[in-house]
Design a protein around this ligand. Structure first.
Ligand code: PBG
Length: 326
């Protein structure tokens, strides 16, 4: 008789036949930081901190020491520096540029990834430049935004970023950023494109962390409709053709089908972002004593990898490294 349970009989056998395993090298740690010298707890994301520049460097070093290869930077920009055209997004003396330089000086082997989008810098809180028509309806300008995104990517490259990650979902930005980087000699700076980024309600806690909630309107004219899967493949083919080095699906846990489809459609590495709302769901269930934190977090990460992700952006990266060791 065929007995599949024989392969599950002992821990040793299970470990031999396990198809998917997690390791610290799978993780990318998103880090929030600000200009203040004091660290601040983020109310919308229990257990996550918005760091001072000095603490950011220390935190990134700890992550690297645990075996995490990369971090992604998310700055909280002072309200006074936010403008309709988001000029602060490409200030070479701005918070992000200073952070990149400090991180690369302190931790040369750490891969530094930056988020390319205007929302932290834009007084309208959108990822692109906002125009209002006569009736007060918002339009998020595409090509004008892409020009600023190119300047932002160049600014990050000048400071020493290894990878720029456009998360704005404007059309044509990957090709434009690639051209911009190449023409300035940054041929070795990679592009990790947010290929399929959905207009998700699960980004709420993140926007709380950065005070970057749109002042009006929503992001549905640029981020993808949660009902669409084929459209993710259209974006995949475009990003490949435009020269992306890596693709991303976001959110992760509720979009495992999209991760699997993108994985099958492209030969490029695929990242998935376990976003702030996913983090909050798992944390809340654990904090309530209802579910076992270690078990649910590791299972959620394993599922994302099993679906086809090569890399996982997760706020649990450091904790997960600790659990994997024990
Ligand atoms: C902004 C950006 C967002 C996230 C990453 N980059 C928010 C948004 O698109 O509104 C969300 C990450 C998270 O929720 O953890 N371009």
């Amino acid at each position: 008789m065929n007995r599949p349970r024989r392969n599950r009989r002992t821990p040793a056998i299970r470990s031999m036949v396990r198809e998917t395993t997690l390791s610290p090298a799978d993780f990318i740690l998103p880090l929030f930081f600000h200009e203040d010298a004091e660290d601040a707890a983020i109310a919308s994301m229990p257990g996550v901190t918005r760091w001072s520049l000095a603490s950011l460097v220390r935190e990134a070093g700890e992550a690297r020491a645990l075996g995490i290869p990369a971090i992604v930077l998310f700055p909280k920009i002072d309200e006074a520096l936010k403008t309709p055209l988001a000029e602060e997004s490409h200030n070479d003396d701005g918070l992000v540029s200073r952070a990149i330089r400090a991180l690369k000086a302190a931790h040369p082997t750490l891969c530094v990834i930056t988020d390319v989008a205007l929302d932290p810098y834009n007084s309208d809180g959108h990822d692109g430049i906002v125009q209002r028509d006569g009736r007060g309806e918002l339009e998020i300008l595409n090509d004008e935004t892409v020009e600023v995104l190119c300047q932002q990517a160049l600014c990050h490259a000048r400071a020493g970023a290894d990878i720029v990650a456009p998360s704005d979902m404007m059309d044509g930005r990957v090709a434009a950023i690639r051209d911009g980087l190449d023409s300035e000699g940054f041929t070795n700076v990679s592009i990790l494109s947010y290929t399929a980024k959905y207009a998700s309600a699960f980004y709420g806690p993140f926007r709380g962390a950065l005070d970057s909630t749109p002042k009006a309107g929503d992001k549905k004219t640029y981020q993808m409709d949660p009902g669409n899967a084929r459209e993710a493949l259209r974006e995949t083919l475009l990003d490949e053709a435009e020269g992306a080095d890596m693709l991303m699906v976001k959110p992760a846990g509720l979009y495992l089908d999209i991760i699997a489809k993108v994985r099958e459609t492209s030969t490029l590495p695929v990242a998935a972002y376990q976003v702030s709302g996913e983090y909050l769901m798992l944390k809340s269930a654990a904090a309530g004593g209802w579910l076992d934190e270690k078990a649910i977090v590791l299972e959620s990460l394993l599922a994302i990898k099993r679906a086809g992700a090569d890399m996982i952006l997760t706020y649990f990266a450091k904790q997960a490294c600790g659990w994997l060791k024990s």
